[in-house]
Design a protein around this ligand. Structure first.
Ligand code: GDP
Ligand code: MG
Length: 299
């Protein structure tokens, strides 16, 4: 039995605009690839917890969808999920892409949006690998005027610079009490959803314009056997034309996507995966509660 003496934990939520690097940072802090990442905005659709236990301190890192002006149901549910993630946190990281010219305005909006949570907020300037050093000081000064931040960090979530200091700071803030999860648990999402996310990541990488935003992936069947696991997934799209794009000539595009997804899933599960994908048109999936449920989103 693990001794719960001296255990401590901290729930830390990411608050940021789309593409700030929230998922990249959570993956780095957890030292595992949990949350999918792409160069496209709004890749993350629901709040997901990554867990990292360092010595006696457990950090629960809540990755969230970005905050944006949503006008459709799915977008609104994503933003709500981000707000819920922030509301339940002990500590909030306001993550900004420091290379963006509008960082101050973005921070202002984010601070206004996050509502009543009284948890301390630290400012995290990300992507400093892309910014000239002399620009960071005036930017930090302008941002510091917006809020009494608990702490300011300058990091590259991609390359790892500054992440150690951030991690140590968070561990030092951890509150006494038994851990929220077993020390070896990495995330709160299950394998079926995780596998669907890995396929969606490949779709986000391979597809352009509105096509990735119009689709969702569902794991329908999961069969374990001695040789590995057979996974059946459905890619749900809103239009026939999107289905045709995903299939490609003679199904070639879907085959490529399936291969990359199978490799990613196999690597993550640590066992051989066979992946069976099929594409289905369901025009109104974004208006059906069952698709929100599987992602843990409010309908
Ligand atoms: P999210 O939408 O906030 O979750 O952002 P992601 O983690 O999905 O990252 C969006 C894009 O920014 C991806 O292409 C990442 O590789 C990239 N990115 C994230 N962090 C950094 C960083 O520190 N430096 C650079 N140059 N790119 C980054
Ligand atoms: Mg993300």
């Amino acid at each position: 039995m693990a001794n719960s003496d001296n255990q401590s934990s901290l729930v830390v939520a990411m608050l940021g605009a789309p593409n700030a690097g929230k998922s990249t940072l959570v993956n780095r802090l957890v030292q595992a690839k949990l949350s999918i990442v792409s160069p496209k905005a709004q890749t993350t659709r629901f709040a997901l917890r990554g867990i990292r236990t360092i010595g006696k301190a457990q950090l629960v890192l809540v990755d969230t969808p970005g905050m944006f002006d949503a006008n459709e149901r799915l977008g609104k549910a994503m933003v709500q999920s981000a707000l819920n993630g922030v509301a339940e946190a002990d500590h909030v990281l306001l993550l900004l892409d420091a290379s963006r010219a509008n960082a101050v305005e973005t921070a202002q909006k984010l601070l206004a949006s996050q509502g009543g949570n009284k948890a301390p907020i630290s400012l995290v300037l990300n992507k400093v690998d892309k910014v000239a050093k002399e620009k960071l000081l005036p930017l930090t000064a302008a941002l510091a005027a917006l809020h009494a931040f608990d702490h300011v960090f300058m990091i590259s979530a991609l390359e790892g610079d500054g992440v150690r200091e951030l991690e140590q700071h968070l561990c030092a803030q951890a509150k006494p009490g038994p851990w929220l999860y077993p020390a070896d648990q990495l995330t709160d999402i299950n394998e079926r959803l995780f596998a669907a996310e890995l396929t969606r990541e490949q779709l986000f990488m391979a597809l352009q314009q509105e096509v990735p935003y119009g689709l969702t992936v569902e794991t329908e069947k999961w069969e374990e056997n001695r040789n590995g696991v057979k996974i059946y997934q459905q890619i749900v799209v809103e239009r026939e034309s999107h289905k045709a794009i995903i299939l490609g000539k003679g199904g070639s595009k879907l085959k490529e996507i399936g291969q990359s997804a199978r490799e990613a899933i196999g690597a993550q599960l640590g066992r051989k995966a066979h992946l069976f994908l099929h594409v289905k048109v369901k025009e109104d999936w974004k208006d059906r509660p069952e698709y929100y449920q599987s992602m843990g989103l409010e309908f």
